[in-house]
Design a binder for this molecule. Structure first.
Ligand code: GDP
Ligand code: K
Ligand code: MG
Length: 281
């Protein structure tokens, strides 16, 4: 039997464990609690002629290196290389949830977005053109309700299509980080690509952005190369120039460009109920 390894990645309380339980028949604890242990729960199930190995990863808001959860998820993605990342997001809280999505897109991993708690979005009266939003970011989005299992077959079918290379919406759209940052990303990225000693587990773009953000773990990855001094000097020159020109911190600019992109994409695709009411009165 063919196997697809999938990993659930998303913010805390977006419904990952509910999805994991319903898909794999496990009975992991669901709800508002912060676990004391940071680990991955593994399960499996059969669907559509495949064996799915599924992993429920700790909840995380970002793929930086500031919390044990972030580090755990990032190391998992690096070491285990799941075939498909299932990014679980809360449909009615995309402003916040899609930040992590932009980081996964930077990583260039095959992925599908589970637009979870879609029931809550519908009850609120809001509407989301998720097909258009999926096209804007280049990742297929599937509405799900992991509490009941609604939408999960559609999710698994989409995962299979992405795995088999048959899904149309799979050309990731990297968030353009603007004229101050992009040239530096390109320079650092090209230097990373040209260095055979730097592993390919993370995409050069992701590594470049994280280096510009002074991510200590990515610095450690880069330091495995005998040529790392030149690369880190290039990074320092880029950062210094950006900060001199903008008077702003590089990480802050990157975050604000990403949130700006998300806001813009949602402005075109998400209509909340209060705005709808305002239009009709
Ligand atoms: P995790 O932290 O991402 O693993 O999230 P959980 O699976 O523990 O779910 C957090 C809470 O959201 C629980 O109370 C779930 O019952 C609830 N929940 C999960 N999925 C859905 C959904 O699709 N709709 C609704 N309304 N609630 C959900
Ligand atoms: K939880
Ligand atoms: Mg959980």
């Amino acid at each position: 039997q063919r196997t697809i390894n999938i990993a659930l990645v998303g913010n805390p309380n977006c419904g990952k464990t509910s999805l994991f339980n319903i898909a794999s028949g496990a009975k992991e604890h669901v709800g508002n609690y912060s676990g004391v242990t940071v680990d991955a729960k593994r399960g499996h199930f059969s669907y559509g002629g495949y064996r799915f190995n599924i992993v429920d990863l700790p909840g995380t808001y970002s793929l930086a290196c500031y919390s044990p959860e972030e580090l755990y998820v990032r190391r998992y993605l690096r070491d285990e290389m799941p075939d498909i990342v299932v990014n679980v997001v809360v449909a009615s809280n995309l402003e916040r949830n899609l930040y992590l999505t932009t980081e996964l897109i930077d990583m260039d991993r095959s992925m599908v977005i589970a637009l979870n708690m879609y029931d809550e979005l519908e009850h609120s009266g809001a509407t989301l053109d998720y097909r258009m939003l999926g096209e804007m970011i280049g990742v297929p989005m599937v509405p799900t309700v992991s509490r009941t299992g609604e939408g999960l077959h559609n999710l698994f079918d989409t995962i299979i299509r992405v795995y088999e290379g048959k899904e149309q919406v799979v050309r990731h759209v990297h968030v353009n980080l603007g004229p101050e940052i992009e040239p530096s990303v390109t320079m650092v990225k090209d230097a990373i690509k040209a260095d055979p000693a730097i592993g390919v587990h993370f995409s050069p773009r992701y590594l470049a952005i994280k280096l510009l953000e002074h991510d200590s773990e990515v610095e450690a990855i880069v330091k495995e190369s005998p040529d790392h001094k030149k690369l880190l000097e290039l990074r320092d020159r880029c950062d210094a120039l950006i900060e001199k020109r903008t008077g702003d911190d590089v990480s802050a600019i990157i975050a604000s460009e990403k949130y700006g992109f998300i806001d813009g994409a949602l402005a075109e695709t998400f209509v909340d109920s209060t705005k709808e009411k305002a239009k009709t009165t």
